[in-house]
Design a protein around this ligand. Structure first.
Ligand code: CA
Length: 550
């Protein structure tokens, strides 16, 4: 903090000093909670350049309690060149901590709806627009030949917003945040891993949901789109075939977790081959796959390979095929999502310099993967968690097994690499854990239970050393993906599913009796046959705290 800001704070602190006696002439000075407007306005006069390491423009104004949140000092700020930040400082009932929310997709807007559950718990809350204010999606024209904005989107926006939010908290309350937490999903999940590996001092605890992987996610999208495009340019696997695949996968693998409930508990142990649906002489044409359709499905499960057959990224998990339509076929007359997102990424993000020609781009799986590294480094994270562990940070990563947009296997690949790079599973389990959510789509939704109180789990781990050996996931009638609205806790609406989660690689197995909605009816088990074994064996998970002896 600058000297000027420090002096302003000193003046503020003196005005707030406790009053000794009834005769004190300052008795009329109201307590801090009643000063809201004045307290808040002071923030705009402070200089945060030193705290953030860049020029900062701050606007601060009190906002009365409303449907969005509590009475607050609302700060909107711009960190040069143009990173937007919004911070809410609750007037009353601050819990002494800071919560920062990540953004989604290509960012470009401030999503204060992501504050809801944290603000209700008394957190000071903050988020960023990811470094630019163009929210057209998926269209990154803001990034054309603009590596400064790509750096902001890639890694800097979350860092500077964390620094600014910490400084604002200190200025407003006169105390530093006792703990700072980050939660993000999708691009926010990527930002979470960027924070853990590149800015390990920024947060005490980090929740990384369904992260985007700069070197893996888009190559898979392009590969899957190409695999599913026939010679006539039309999709090979349509809604009918995706439904066939989904039903066949469930028939083959749903029951392996002990309960046939429409959810594959252990997709890595599911070896379903689409050839099982191949049309034969006796097959009903409505319920079988033509050879080109079998090949397309196999390619999507396999993931991209180069011309020599070397894997470039693992492919799609089995069990969520029925939700792939928007990604592979397109909806409402729009082209497949994988194609539009893949084209945009290649046009504006994947290469340096950006390709000169606009319009459709052709990705070469032999030549182009090696060209991705420089640009991916801007948006990328590493597997180095040493500094984060050394500062006693805690990381909870998660991914839905039925994620239709970003592949769970990519997060598993990162996780295995991170275990190998950080001393193995037993060492890493002391500060980082991964949870895989059966039947859960991208950042939530789907047939599985995707509402998890990640923030409460992180608080327990950071503040009370309660490592998350088991978590409970809900699905309610009103559950929506976190991209739409973060869940509220306790869950709002009728709970239709409730399942325990155990740290990967353990899976939840139904005990065979008891209420399937009761987590105690499920036990942790090691997966039967992982498709590719972890780099080092993980310790067996602790039994669930709610375990009952039959
Ligand atoms: Ca099942």
């Amino acid at each position: 903090m600058s000297r000027r800001a420090g002096l302003a704070l000193l003046a503020l602190a003196m005005a707030r000093a406790p009053l000794a006696g009834a005769e004190d002439p300052l008795e009329a000075v109201p307590p801090p909670s009643a000063l809201d407007g004045k307290d808040c306005a002071v923030l705009a006069a402070l200089d945060f350049t030193e705290a953030v390491g860049a020029a900062v423009k701050v606007v601060a104004a009190p906002v009365a309690a409303d449907a969005e949140g509590p009475a607050r000092c609302r700060v909107t700020a711009t960190v040069a060149p143009e990173t937007g930040v919004e911070v809410w400082l609750p007037v009353d009932g601050w819990n002494g901590k800071l919560f920062v929310a990540g953004c989604y997709g290509l960012c470009g807007s401030i999503r204060t709806d992501q504050f809801a559950d944290a603000a209700a718990r008394g957190y000071a809350t903050a988020t960023t627009d990811g470094g630019h204010s163009d929210a057209r999606y998926p269209d990154s024209r803001w990034a054309l030949d603009n590596t400064a904005l790509e750096d902001d989107f890639g890694h800097r926006a979350v860092h500077v917003s964390a620094l600014l939010a910490r400084a604002l908290v200190e200025a407003y309350y006169g105390d530093a945040a006792a703990h700072a937490y980050f939660r993000g999903c999708s691009t926010g999940g990527r930002q979470a891993l960027v924070a853990a590996t590149r800015y390990p001092e920024d947060f005490d605890g980090i929740i990384a949901g369904a992260p985007f992987h700069p070197l893996l996610s888009v190559p898979h999208m392009i590969w899957a789109d190409r695999a599913n495009t026939g010679p006539d340019g039309k999709p090979l696997l349509r809604a009918r075939e995706l439904g066939l695949l989904q039903r066949a996968v469930l028939a083959a693998c749903d029951g392996a977790d002990g309960l046939a409930d429409g959810i594959v508990g252990d997709p890595e142990g599911c070896a379903f081959d689409p050839a099982a649906l191949a049309c034969g002489p006796d097959a009903d044409a409505e319920s079988c796959l033509a050879p080109a359709q079998v090949a397309a499905a196999r390619a999507i499960y396999q993931g991209p390979v180069d011309g020599a057959g070397r894997s470039l990224a693992p492919g799609a998990a089995r069990g969520g095929e029925g939700t792939w339509a928007a990604q592979l076929i397109g909806r409402d007359g729009r082209p497949p999502f994988f194609r539009t997102v893949g084209q945009n990424w290649m046009r504006y993000h994947a290469f340096e310099p950006d390709p000169a020609q606009p319009g459709p781009l052709v990705f070469d799986f032999d030549r182009d993967p090696a060209r991705l590294a420089p640009a991916a480094a801007r948006a990328g994270f590493t597997t180095d968690l040493e500094a984060f562990a050394a500062r006693d940070g805690r990381l909870i990563a998660w991914h839905g097994w039925a994620d239709e947009s970003l592949q769970p296997a990519h997060t598993l690949q990162w996780w295995r690499d991170a275990l190998a790079a950080n001393g193995g599973a037993a060492d890493v389990a002391r500060f980082a854990r991964l949870f895989m959510l059966p039947g859960v789509q991208h950042c939530g939704g789907g047939p599985g239970a995707g509402d998890v109180d990640w923030l409460a789990a992180l608080e327990g781990w950071v503040e009370r050393d309660e490592a998350p050996d088991m978590l409970v996931a809900w699905r309610t009638k009103d559950s929506t993906p976190a991209t739409t609205r973060p869940p509220r806790f306790p869950p709002v609406g009728e709970v239709v599913l409730k399942r325990p989660l155990f740290p990967y690689p353990a899976v939840a197995r139904y005990r065979g009796e008891g209420d399937a909605l009761d987590p105690a009816s499920w036990a942790p088990a090691l997966p039967a046959a992982p498709a590719s074994p972890p780099a080092s064996p993980a310790p067996p998970p602790a039994p669930p705290r709610t375990e009952v002896t039959p």
